[in-house]
Design a protein around this ligand. Structure first.
Ligand SMILES: C[S@@+](CC[C@H](N)C(=O)[O-])C[C@H]1O[C@@H](n2cnc3c(N)ncnc32)[C@H](O)[C@@H]1O
Length: 263
């Protein structure tokens, strides 16, 4: 990807779902029980939003990231100088056994090729007694932005909208599924629960702006529409959110799971 495209992809992510990243990361870090003095890995670190929150708590030298997208990894390196960011997928992490006190992954499980293998790898690189924690959006329920988006998509293009709806397509979306995934990886003392993230917008235009860029499944759906379809989607989306050009805030619920590496 050329330099300006790289910048655009990372910037579009940060303005879309990434807007919830720091707030969600703060919740996940607290849920995982991360404390100063620990060394932590952020898997699927994207543009480095959760990595940066970890670095604020632990110091960048005690934080590493893994991200398979080279442009996103570059953005993460720029955001968190001093943290080691590897270009790698969760299923095959380039770190030795027991290298971290904690391994986190925020909003990544549903994008892994093999989430079972990914969680096993997070456990492998975490020391015995260390913690593995992740979270996924409540796509079908209270992730307000994406739920309203896909409901609007289904309103204007019933079949294609239903076929792309992340609330239907995403495999790991409930506490029970996460608990099963954690147990299958051999993790112990498993806890699950909700996290609520927040994002502030200057107005609906501010919210809509990154969608036509094609970033994330919602952006890809938007970019696939002709001009008329995009206008209809935009109108239905705004109506469903019940917002206008005044500033507003949205909340988004995620489901989190944490477990302890045995031994
Ligand atoms: C929704 S983004 C979340 C990014 C970041 N964790 C955050 O919260 O801002 C999903 C990320 O997972 C990455 N990803 C996709 N497949 C992956 C895999 N197999 N292992 C690790 N990360 C993966 C994507 O490149 C993307 O950066």
């Amino acid at each position: 990807m050329a330099g300006s495209d790289t910048f655009r992809a990372a910037a579009a992510y940060d303005r879309a779902v990434g807007r919830y990243g720091p707030s969600l990361a703060a919740g996940l870090i607290a849920f995982a029980g991360i404390k100063p003095g620990m060394r932590a890995l952020d898997v699927g670190c994207g543009t480095g939003l959760p990595t940066a929150t970890l670095a604020e708590r632990l110091g960048a030298e005690n934080v590493a990231g893994a991200e398979p997208s080279e442009p996103f990894a570059e953005a993460a390196r720029a955001r968190v100088p001093g943290a080691e960011i590897a270009v790698a997928a969760a299923e095959n992490l380039p770190f030795p056994d027991d290298a971290f006190d904690a391994a986190l992954s925020q909003l990544v499980l549903n994008f892994m090729r093999d989430a079972e293998a990914g969680v096993r790898e997070l456990a492998r690189v975490t020391r015995p007694g260390g913690v593995v924690a992740s979270c996924v959006w409540d796509y079908a329920g209270e992730m307000t932005l994406l739920r309203a988006f896909w409901d609007a998509a289904r309103e204007i293009e019933a079949e294609r909208g239903a076929a792309a709806d992340e609330g239907v397509l995403m495999r790991w979306c409930s506490e029970d599924e996460l608990r099963g995934l954690w147990a299958g990886a051999g993790l112990e003392d498993i806890n699950t629960g909700p996290l609520t993230a927040r994002a502030a917008y200057d107005g609906f235009d501010d919210l809509w702006e990154p969608f036509p860029s094609g970033i994330a499944p919602s952006g890809a759906f938007t970019a696939s529409l002709e001009e008329d379809g995009r206008t209809a989607l935009r109108d239905a989306f705004r109506r469903r959110l019940g917002v206008d050009e005044e500033p507003f805030e949205l909340t988004a619920r995620a489901w989190a799971a944490r477990g302890v590496v045995p031994g």
